[in-house]
Design a protein around this ligand. Structure first.
Ligand code: PEP
Ligand code: MG
Length: 544
């Protein structure tokens, strides 16, 4: 039994077998082979395996994200079967007497370069797909199958670190816990773990990586941050007991379902939920949230290997609005950049990506892409109670430009006789100190503010949220942050706007009273925190 200590970023304990997360970017070497026929047979077997994996993924995607989003996996199958692509691979194996891995990688390089050089942006984006399918075939050749996609019993996923795009594509039902050697508790991966209700530990260090292997038994305790390798029976039983106790607490909280978020002295607040995907709506409803306060729309983009079309986005937003049956749904426009990267955006490498061309800045420099999302949003607005908000605002001009694009989109929809709601609330995130300080100038332009405390903390305290070494310097209760929120609250109310908090701090029950006294109107938290915050609100008496 060996204990590693990290930081628990989402409570609950899990006991089970380890699965070491494998990326498919396996190093490919050029190796001379004598028997090219045997190499061709290996290739055929790997292709068959890759196709069967893709069929499975397609079926799952069909259920989870709908046909439009699932189609990409069908296209991947067709690409694997493509005659030209296959001739290039088999030609290299036989003409050069080399291994199949090398031949696949070489063909993929040629084909992706060819796609990248095309004029049409749709065809250009196919370059990433070629890379993706070739990585899959190479992984199958190396038998380095990605366990997360191949079924089997639920496991504890162990990795050096996990990118948000990797986390979202894992099959949630097969994950007992996320455990990483690196990572920070403010990262999107940690946020996703909370949203998905999965225990998570970060920062276990490199030693942990050296010691673990697939199939080893372990206990991951997201409360204490302890990861216990090869636990004895007593430790497994204790973890099971903790899990049961946590479930019981959740059961008790369920008694609060249907109850108001009201303090003893009668102050009311809305408690909304944060989601990253249409898949999370079930837990929003299960936890009785009053609405959705933050739909991180960028995950629709991260789940795809190409820009989601207007139609694909429309369907996802419509489904969300319809599922919420008239309750408020606030969808944040694309917040890509910094730690949220997708290859097909072809973003430049930046020295300081968190301070770079991200979120609203990127959208305003790519108005066509932005308008596609806005059209999808406004079209979906006919099916429920939609609010749209813009991330990373620092200037009045950015809000004006975003609102102007909304007007253009609405005008185009009117002209084309396409239905949309005239009552869509428009808001901005307060997540830069600049936005909080000039909130008196911003509030008259919008219907609401939503405070993004994750970024507001990083920018106010000059602490990179991705850097775990800074956690000791990053006091999330810092007076500067609370003063900025208070300033924004006063300015919102002075201008008939409402204000919510959607960063992780919204779920910090040590601050619930402070937020209520500031007059915060809404707190938006991970679905599994809704009832805990409700419990806290109902225990407070602000008259004292
Ligand atoms: C925030 O910054 O607090 C926020 C809610 O946005 P994100 O965590 O997605 O950057
Ligand atoms: Mg943010």
């Amino acid at each position: 039994m060996k204990i590693f200590k990290g930081k628990g970023v989402y409570g609950a304990a899990a006991a089970g077998k380890i699965s070491v997360f494998k990326r498919r970017d396996i190093q490919v070497k050029r190796v001379k082979v004598d028997d090219t026929d045997a190499e061709l047979l290996r290739l055929e077997a790997a292709k068959a395996e890759a196709i069967s994996q893709l069929r499975e993924i397609y079926e799952r995607a069909l259920k989870e994200v709908g046909e439009a989003n699932a189609q990409i996996f069908d296209i991947h199958i067709m690409m694997i079967e493509d005659e030209d692509f296959n001739e290039a691979i088999t030609g290299t194996i036989t003409a050069q007497s080399v291994n199949a891995e090398y031949a696949v990688a070489a063909a993929a390089d040629n084909f992706s370069q060819m796609f990248s050089a095309m004029e049409d942006s749709y065809m250009q984006a196919r370059a990433a797909d070629v890379k993706d399918i070739s990585n899959r075939i190479i992984a199958c050749l190396a038998k380095a199958d990605c366990q997360s996609e191949s079924g089997g019993e639920p496991v504890i996923i162990c990795a050096d670190d996990l990118a948000p795009s990797e986390t979202v594509t894992l099959d949630k039902d097969k994950v007992l816990a996320f455990v990483t050697a690196h990572g920070s508790s403010f990262s999107h991966t940690a946020i996703l773990a909370r949203t998905m209700n999965i225990p998570a530990i970060i920062g276990l260090g490199d030693d942990f990586l050296r010691e673990i292997k697939d199939g080893d038994m372990a206990v991951a305790d997201g409360f204490t941050g302890e990861f216990i390798l090869d636990p004895d029976e007593k430790t497994i039983a204790a973890a099971e007991e903790k899990r049961r106790a946590d479930e019981e607490k959740r059961e008790l909280l369920k008694k609060l379902k249907g109850k108001e978020n009201i303090t003893v002295d009668g102050t009311k607040i809305s408690i909304f939920a944060n989601i990253g995907s249409v898949d999370n709506i079930g837990s929003v409803l299960l936890n009785d949230a009053d609405g959705i306060g933050l739909f991180r729309s960028e995950f629709l983009y991260l789940e795809n290997s190409d820009y989601p079309t207007e139609e694909e986005q429309f369907k996802a937003y419509k489904r969300t609005l319809e599922s919420m049956g008239g309750k408020k749904v606030i969808i944040r426009t694309l917040d890509i950049g910094a730690d949220k990267q997708a290859d097909y955006f072809k973003l430049d490498k930046e020295e300081n990506p968190a301070l770079g061309l991200r979120a609203i800045r990127l959208c305003l420099t790519r108005p066509d892409m932005f308008k596609t999302q806005l059209r999808a949003l406004f079209r979906a607005s006919a099916y429920g109670n939609l609010g749209i908000m813009f991330p990373m605002i620092a200037n009045v001009s950015e809000v004006e430009a975003a609102l102007e694009l909304c007007e253009q989109v609405k005008e185009e929809l009117r002209r084309d006789n396409i239905d949309f709601s005239e009552n869509v609330e428009l808001g901005i995130m307060i997540e830069t100190p600049a936005a909080a300080i000039i909130s008196d100038r911003l509030a008259p332009l919008v219907d609401f503010f939503s405070v993004g405390t994750n970024d507001l903390t990083q920018y106010t305290l000059a602490c990179d949220r991705q850097n775990p070494k800074l956690e000791q310097f990053c006091d999330v209760h810092h007076e500067a942050i609370l003063r900025l929120i208070e300033t924004a609250a006063k300015n919102a109310h002075a201008n008939n706007a409402w204000i919510g908090i959607c960063g992780e701090l919204a779920a910090d029950t040590e601050l619930t009273e402070t937020f209520l006294r500031m007059g915060i109107d809404e707190l938006s938290v991970s679905p599994s925190f809704v009832l805990r915050v409700r419990e806290k609100v109902r225990s407070l008496d602000l008259s004292k």
